[in-house]
Design a protein around this ligand. Structure first.
Ligand SMILES: [Zn+2]
Length: 189
């Protein structure tokens, strides 16, 4: 089932998420629904708070990231164990903040721990895009948005778009319609 992605301004995006105690049917259904939603949006990642659920859970679509992994992976109860001193600045966007793009500085290398959907505890080191996506999605679980990490100057640049999202002039489903339209254009070619 496709879920609604909550937009910037919705309090769900500012809540601290709770640990998942048991990977039960409710969690599996949530993961399935989030996967369907993420794929419709062609998103690189989607965190539970973005669909209004305050759970320590996010998905990463490895197919859209240059990486040795593939498919959609559920990341449960993640933690960032440590981060390297070196940082990188790169543009980020977010399904909850349509049309907003801004450069965010983040640690290049992180060491993370999480549970997979089968309950296995996994520890790994991430760098590059996988590291950035993991940090962006992990922030969502703490109620942090990428625009909280941009410079005051960049914030000024996106101020009007943020206002339009809060006023409902730009919605999170605009993107799905655009994707559907470009796909039908491709088909009709
Ligand atoms: Zn996001």
């Amino acid at each position: 089932m496709r879920l609604d992605v909550v937009p910037y301004g919705n309090p769900a995006l500012r809540r601290q998420s709770e640990n998942i105690k048991e990977i039960n049917e409710e969690i599996i259904t949530l993961i399935d629904d989030m996967a369907e939603t993420m794929s419709l949006y062609q998103g690189v990642g989607l965190a539970a708070p973005q669909v209004g659920r305050s759970k320590m859970l996010f998905l990463i679509n490895w197919d859209l990231i240059e990486h040795e992994k593939s498919g959609t992976q559920a990341i449960i109860n993640p933690r960032i164990l440590n981060a390297g001193e070196e940082t990188e600045k790169q543009d980020e966007g977010c399904l909850s903040l349509p049309d907003v793009w801004a450069p965010v500085r983040r640690p290049s290398v992180i060491r993370v721990e999480y549970m997979d959907v089968d309950g296995n505890l996994i520890t790994e080191e991430l760098r590059g895009m996988p590291s950035r996506v993991f940090q962006h999605e992990y922030d969502h679980l703490l109620g942090i948005l990428f625009i909280d990490r941009i410079s005051t100057h960049e914030r000024k640049n996106v101020k009007d778009i943020l206002r339009s999202i809060m006023d409902g002039e730009i919605t999170t489903s605009d993107e799905i319609e655009e994707i559907a339209q470009s796909e039908s254009e491709i088909r009709s070619d």
